[in-house]
Design a protein around this ligand. Structure first.
Ligand code: ZN
Length: 251
């Protein structure tokens, strides 16, 4: 009877020690690789269209910058790929599995994504926190680990600054007015390291932009003039586009 338990312990140990002891297999191709995402990753990721909003990597507005960014206080938000399969399936596996062995590979990808952007030593990495108990159970904590992993690679401080103001219902089905009225969706409950003038927000997926908007507003309300940037693993991209009324009503 002990064998299944031993196997389970072995599996868990392999999962926890992941990229240190177990042979690596690319999560996208299933072939041997140096990391959980192999060299084919860039070719396999659903690419963002070339014509896109320069500030949020979303669908463009009439003059490239989208309506969402015209009203937003962030400077830029960079996305690694479109929220489509096989990337979408992999991010869900990472969060819901959960498969923490993917976290270092995702952190590498984010660092690569923002390497050419203006991140300097006065930047603090801040995760978008899981909202509500259900989200925590579904693996929301893993985004916090991702932010820590990004900060370690960039040799920057990380802070869990933002907390949900109250347990939230899922956004699906809410009227746009109710959703936009959630300006205070996050409260700030920690201090920035001295000398910080920029925050790099980290989240898994950006869909309507409502969460990033709320996080940015909470940060700027606490630190007027703070430079807010962000990076996400995936950006939802649909006709009509995130940030438009038609899109928000259907999400
Ligand atoms: Zn935009």
């Amino acid at each position: 009877m002990a064998r299944p338990a031993i196997r389970r312990i072995g599996r868990n140990a392999a999962r926890l020690t992941g990229d240190i002891f177990a042979p690596q297999v690319c999560a996208l191709t299933g072939t041997a690789a140096d990391s959980a995402l192999g060299p084919e990753t860039h070719r396999l990721l659903p690419a963002l269209p070339e014509t896109r909003c320069p500030r949020c990597d979303g669908p463009p507005g009439e003059e490239l910058e989208c309506g969402l960014c015209r009203a937003a206080a962030w400077r830029w938000i960079a996305a690694a790929a479109r929220w489509e399969d096989p990337w979408q399936r992999l991010i869900r596996r990472w969060k819901l599995g959960p498969e923490p062995a993917l976290t270092p590979a995702f952190a590498d990808l984010i660092c690569e994504l923002i390497a050419t952007e203006d991140i300097d030593a006065a930047t603090c990495v801040v995760p978008i926190p899981p909202r509500g108990r259900a989200s925590l159970l579904r693996g929301g904590r893993i985004v916090i680990d991702l932010a820590w992993s990004v900060a370690t690679r960039l040799r920057l401080p990380a802070r869990l600054l933002l907390w949900p103001e109250r347990p939230q219902r899922p956004q699906r089905g809410l009227q746009r007015r109710a959703r936009l009225g959630r300006d205070q969706a996050f409260v700030v409950r920690a201090a920035l390291p001295p000398g910080t003038h920029r925050v790099l927000l980290i989240d898994d997926v950006m869909t309507t932009g409502a969460t990033m908007t709320a996080a940015t507003r909470a940060l700027v309300a606490s630190w007027p003039g703070l430079d807010v940037c962000g990076a996400v693993l995936a950006r939802a991209w649909t006709e009509g586009g995130p940030g438009t009324i038609a899109h928000e009503k259907t999400l």
